[in-house]
Design a protein around this ligand. Structure first.
Ligand code: FE2
Ligand code: FE2
Length: 243
């Protein structure tokens, strides 16, 4: 069964740990006039995630389904959700919509967001940032909730293990450890480090998030700007070859 934790007012983390691969998969349910689920998880997770969402809201009232990029753990259960919730619409970047989502996995057309566009779910305001290849994939983007300062950051800050739901301690050390471990096995080059990575991460740091919510691992509450700048350095150290 998935574990539910409120990581910011009316923002709930739904977390499921897979011991075989030592990794958590987290989704985020935002309770608002127009409820938003960020990440669906893979198709196989749909029964447990939908049961968890049903503990928070009537799942048939879900209105928006957001994600960073086209990948099974981001949007693999989109169709299952859209069959359950008749008004649920995917919300993603233009590249995601046009290149993959509408053709492969959406039950009905996605709503595409432009870089810098803000969409409102009621009391919450989400800014969309187009972040190609950060964390990875051409279509990658991020949503930042402006009122509470919550950054939904997908695979950035990925930490392995069955870690605590929320922490105030730094998480970049765990992220760097994961990167080093993955570089030595079949998951090498999980995240790219390009000439644009530092600038894109700088843009995210300038949002000064108070809460950083990764798909894999603990949510961090604290100085998000410093955390993102530290993460950029860790990526450079491991992925640009200076370690
Ligand atoms: Fe990913
Ligand atoms: Fe992921």
């Amino acid at each position: 069964m998935s574990q539910i934790t409120e990581i910011a007012p009316d923002v709930f983390k739904i977390s499921t740990f897979f011991s075989e691969v030592n990794i958590q998969f987290n989704q985020f349910l935002v309770k608002d006039e127009e409820p938003l689920l960020y990440h669906t998880g893979m198709k196989g997770l749909f029964p447990t995630v939908s049961e968890a969402v049903a503990r928070l809201i009537d799942p048939t009232t879900l209105r928006w389904i957001g994600f960073s990029h086209f990948e099974a753990d981001e949007c693999g259960a989109l169709r299952e959700w859209q069959r359950l919730a008749p008004d649920a619409t995917a919300i993603c970047g233009i590249v995601s919509k046009m290149v993959n989502v509408d053709d492969v996995v959406a039950e009905r057309p996605a709503r595409a967001l432009k870089d810098g566009e803000v969409f409102v779910t009621g009391k919450f305001r989400f800014k969309f940032l187009q972040t190609p290849h950060v964390p990875h994939a051409w279509d990658a983007g991020h949503l930042f909730e402006e009122n509470c300062g919550t950054l939904l950051c997908s695979d950035l800050f990925h930490q392995n293990g069955d870690v605590e739901a929320i922490t105030n301690s730094e998480i970049v050390g765990r992220f760097k450890k994961m990167l080093i471990e993955y570089q030595e096995g079949p998951f090498a080059n999980y995240l790219p480090y390009t000439t644009k990575t530092e600038r894109i991460l700088g843009r995210l740091a300038d949002l000064k998030p108070k809460t950083i919510a990764p798909m894999h691992g603990s949510t961090y509450v604290g100085d998000g700007k410093s955390a993102i700048l530290d993460l950029a350095q860790a990526m450079k150290d491991v992925l640009a070859g200076s370690v």
